[in-house]
Design a protein around this ligand. Structure first.
Ligand code: SAM
Ligand code: SF4
Length: 382
């Protein structure tokens, strides 16, 4: 049986679409929530877990905390039943739920806990209400604190907070204030994402119309290094390009993805990686529900990539470079019976000469310069 198998579950509903977001989520389809969850459960029901040992479950979105808590209970109860013989014991699975401030009650959190969830990821983005309002968030910093305090009361001690940098009109001073507030909470995990301007979003329109300006690339880099220095100074380990954690509190689910482990995605537009094949469910909500109800699961899935050994090896490198420790040479050798230093000698020679990558006894990793120019490194392994 294969170990370290992850499950991702997508809940594509939100109170309101944020101005910058192009994740598959809807703010006006509440009439479909019940049918969606029924369908999701059918999809889970039909999956054969017999070959796998599940170690992580991640319920993401969208806003999982927007839908009725009974649905989360139903989904996790079904998984608990299905995974009796196919997981490290239920209580040892890392089970994360994404929650948004402004959508959470104490009862909801209690039901999540009863359902087996043991990790929360709270989307805050900034502690500055002016910025939150400007990017279209539905909550204030105070709403976040209320959610966080409820989470603590209910007994969630493994909590991540998402922050964003390079937001329009955001200054280093704003970032400093957000970091000071968040660090004072002594959380296990902090993710910090640089804003990506996505096509078709309201933010893109506002920028095209000249109503809003984004920070320059140089300013974005200054913010990134400010965050890195600040969090490292406050006891957080920078373990992936956008992720910081207390020792031993890394997100197991995400680490598995960066370690090229397998996972199955259930739900709309969810991604999966099994047997060297990357595939994705349809993003069409009605089609998703119809195909599963008509027992046409395969019609929902689109193959994105069937990897040959060479593709897998390159991807292992690319994913490895996302981690601050870099590519683990002995794990590469174990998995592919080849030495990555020899296999990729041409690419690595170039990258080392350019000062983007460094090699030590067992790791090949980005240098500080490489962190700033990571895309140039990834390009060598596409
Ligand atoms: C999949 S979203 C869902 C989380 C949750 N719904 C929320 O918004 O709080 C996870 C995180 O991705 C980040 N994110 C979303 N859109 C982004 C963008 N365009 N650029 C950078 N980060 C983004 C945000 O930090 C968000 O919390
Ligand atoms: S950022 Fe989160 S809350 Fe906002 S629209 Fe995207 S998924 Fe929904």
């Amino acid at each position: 049986m294969k170990n370290n198998f992850g499950i991702y579950i997508h809940i594509p509903f939100c109170v309101k679409k944020c101005n910058y977001c192009d994740f598959i989520s809807f703010s006006n389809r509440d009439n479909l929530i019940k049918g969606y969850v029924e369908t999701l459960k059918k999809e889970i029901e039909k999956f054969d877990f017999s070959e796998y040992i599940v170690t992580t479950i991640y319920i993401g979105g969208g806003t999982p905390s927007y839908i009725d808590e009974k649905y989360i209970l139903e989904i996790l109860s079904l998984l608990k039943e299905k995974l009796v013989n196919n997981s490290i014991s239920w209580k040892n699975i890392e089970i994360t739920i994404e929650v948004n401030p402004g959508t959470v009650t104490k009862k909801k959190l209690e039901i999540y806990k009863e359902s087996g969830a043991n990790r929360l990821s709270i989307g805050l983005q900034s502690t500055n209400n002016r910025l939150l309002n400007q990017i279209g968030r539905i909550h204030t910093f105070k709403d976040f604190l209320d959610t966080y305090n409820l989470a603590k009361e209910v007994g969630f001690d493994n909590v991540n907070v998402d922050l964003m940098i390079a937001l329009p009109n955001q200054s280093i001073k704003d970032i400093k204030e957000s970091l000071e507030e968040i660090v004072s909470l002594n959380l296990n995990h902090i993710s910090v994402y640089s804003l990506i301007l996505e096509e078709g979003t309201l933010l893109e329109k506002q920028i095209d119309e000249g109503k809003i300006e984004l920070p320059s690339d140089e300013e974005e880099r200054r913010m990134y290094w400010y965050v890195k220095d600040f969090l490292e100074l406050h006891g957080y380990n920078h373990y992936e390009i956008s992720n910081f954690s207390k020792e031993g509190k890394e997100s197991k689910h995400n680490l598995n993805c960066w370690n090229q482990e397998e996972y199955i995605g259930f739900g709309l537009a969810s991604h999966s990686y099994i047997d060297g094949i990357r595939f994705c469910n349809t993003s069409n909500l009605e089609k998703y529900i119809e195909n599963i109800n008509n027992n046409n699961l395969d019609k929902n899935r689109e193959i994105e990539e069937k990897q040959e050994k060479e593709d897998e090896e390159k991807e292992f490198m690319m994913l490895g470079f996302r981690k601050i420790d870099g590519v683990d040479i002995s794990k590469f050798k174990e998995k592919y019976q080849e030495n990555p230093l020899f296999l990729f000698r041409k690419e690595l020679d170039k990258l080392v000469n350019e000062g983007l990558v460094e090699v030590d006894l067992n790791n090949i990793r980005l240098t500080n310069k490489g962190l700033d120019l990571a895309n140039l490194v990834f390009e060598e392994f596409v």
